[in-house]
Design a protein around this ligand. Structure first.
Ligand code: FUL
Length: 498
């Protein structure tokens, strides 16, 4: 009798362990996928995780001093005398960029590769007696330095005689075919929204306008792009891979959804405010990309050598882009020699060191987290403290409060808070705050609307032993993968331009 009772109890304990510990632990994360929550593609997740990428504006404008060439510039003008693409790549890599995008063709129509479809290219330049192919050198160097390679092919072409007529679209697609077939894997293609206006257009010197909705027949162009490069991220005002953030200052909205209504967007004619903030009701995942130049212009101009952005300016851009759920695309234009100017390269390396030194170590990494709302041991709030998006805190459905507390082993001082959601299951948080226990009471030290993949908030100096994150409103159960505190690195270097 005694034996049977003990045996029964053991079985019961095993059963309870199985139901309450083993089963939830084995829960497949995919169960978090919900029909009404839009999720990114694996390519878009990988894209978002790059965080910081670079733009290279380099073309005929570098030699004429213009920002927008008219299209009548002689190809011979292109002649970088000390071109070193590996210099661009090594600086970009050392600064922490994961990808570079080159202006294969800007609005003036000059091609940095020997296109078979135009004479307006490097093949008629002085550079390497017309034998060079800068797209080839660029893509090769990117791969050598562990960077992904992207290309910008301006839809507007102020050189081409057929621009504005149906024939040009075929020409544009042939160029896309060349770029996306002959240079290995291309990670991103950039479709600029600037379209139509005055130009050379084969010698006619006139103003040509296009219908932004219909002229390029973008759907078929996108189909062509995907058929040649299935994993590519397509950038434009309307995505579909990533979207323009609506300004060229590198700043995303404080509220920034990665979702948006893609069908309502027109390349070159969308509401900049809408692009800046995204749309919680959006049915397409099109993450924001913040493009900005380290100099006043996109192309190199010697007279701007003393106007390279300061570290403080770059820091603000970083917090306003990566820190607001977007990717930062920072332009570093090479000079006439074909090199990145020493001021730009020094600033970029300094900026990279600032990011690394500030964020490499979560000062709450050894805290113990707790919450009344934990779905299963696997989703314990301690999972927020590592740097891994795939480990995250999840609560039980239906519990009103989603708060978690961090107990630090000793008093810590910080001035930045970093939060993140596991975006594999969509972007969910609509409102949150973070409190710190200071002088015997809880005080709100940061608050906001969206979080997304990464949200960084500046708090001013806070000293505490306890912190609390409160998710106040969410579209679906919040899945928080990051909760970190940091102190801005003091690089103790000259922050100005002189
Ligand atoms: C704009 C262009 O007009 C600029 O010249 C530059 O290329 C920038 C990145 O996009 O729309």
């Amino acid at each position: 009798m005694q034996y049977t009772y003990i045996g029964f109890m053991k079985k019961m304990i095993r059963l309870l362990l199985f139901v309450f510990v083993m089963l939830p632990a084995c829960r497949n994360d995919r169960a978090f996928i919900q029909a009404d929550v839009i999720i990114p593609s694996p390519q878009q997740i990988a894209y978002r995780q790059m965080e910081f990428i670079g733009f290279i504006h380099f073309s005929i404008n570098t030699f004429t001093g213009k920002e927008w060439g008219l299209g009548d510039e002689s190809s011979e003008l292109f002649n970088p005398t000390r071109l070193d693409v590996e210099q661009w790549c090594s600086i970009a890599r050392d600064a922490g960029m994961k990808q570079l995008i080159l202006t294969a063709k800007h609005h003036d129509g000059f091609c940095l590769w020997p296109s078979a479809y135009t004479e307006h290219s490097v093949k008629n330049s002085t550079w390497r007696n017309g034998q060079g192919d800068l797209v080839r050198e660029f893509t090769d160097a990117c791969r050598k330095y562990g960077l992904k390679a992207g290309l910008y092919l301006s839809p507007w072409d102020r050189n081409h005689a057929d621009y504005g007529k149906p024939g040009y679209v075929g020409y544009y697609r042939q160029q896309l075919r060349e770029l996306l077939s002959n240079y290995g894997k291309i990670a991103e293609i950039w479709f600029d929204g600037a379209n139509g206006g005055y130009g050379y257009y084969g010698g006619t010197y006139e103003t040509r306008h296009i219908d932004r909705e219909t002229y390029y027949d973008w759907d078929n162009t996108f189909e062509l792009v995907y058929s040649l490069q299935p994993d590519i991220i397509i950038f434009s005002d309307a995505g579909p891979g990533c979207r323009w953030i609506g300004n060229e200052q590198g700043l995303a909205g404080k509220t920034n959804w990665s979702t948006i209504k893609g069908d309502s967007l027109t390349i070159g004619a969308s509401s900049q405010e809408y692009l800046n903030c995204g749309d919680p009701e959006g049915d397409d995942w099109i993450v924001g990309e913040c493009d900005v130049s380290i100099r006043p212009g996109w192309f190199y101009h010697q007279e701007h050598d003393d106007q390279v952005k300061t570290l403080n300016e770059l820091k603000e851009i970083y917090y306003g882009s990566v820190g607001r759920n977007a990717v930062l695309l920072l332009n570093i234009p090479p000079n006439k020699q074909g090199l990145i100017h020493e001021t730009d390269s020094a600033r970029l390396i300094q900026f990279g060191a600032f990011i690394r030194n500030t964020f490499e170590h979560n000062l709450a990494g050894d805290a113990s987290a707790s919450s009344e709302n934990i779905l299963a041991p696997k989703y314990h709030p301690n999972a927020m403290l590592d740097q891994n998006m795939n480990t995250f805190w999840a609560g039980r459905k239906g519990l009103a409060s989603s708060s978690a507390e961090l107990w630090l082993p000793d008093e810590r001082s910080f001035d930045l808070i970093m939060l993140g959601e596991n975006i594999s299951f969509g972007q969910r948080v609509e409102r949150f705050n973070v409190e710190a226990y200071i002088n015997g009471e809880w005080s709100v030290v940061a608050s906001g609307t969206t979080i997304g993949y990464k949200r960084i908030l500046f708090t001013g100096t806070v000293k505490t032993t306890r912190l609390r994150i409160n998710i106040l409103k969410a579209k679906a159960d919040p899945l928080i993968s990051t909760f970190g505190i940091y102190t801005e690195a003091n690089l103790n270097q000259n922050n100005g331009n002189t």
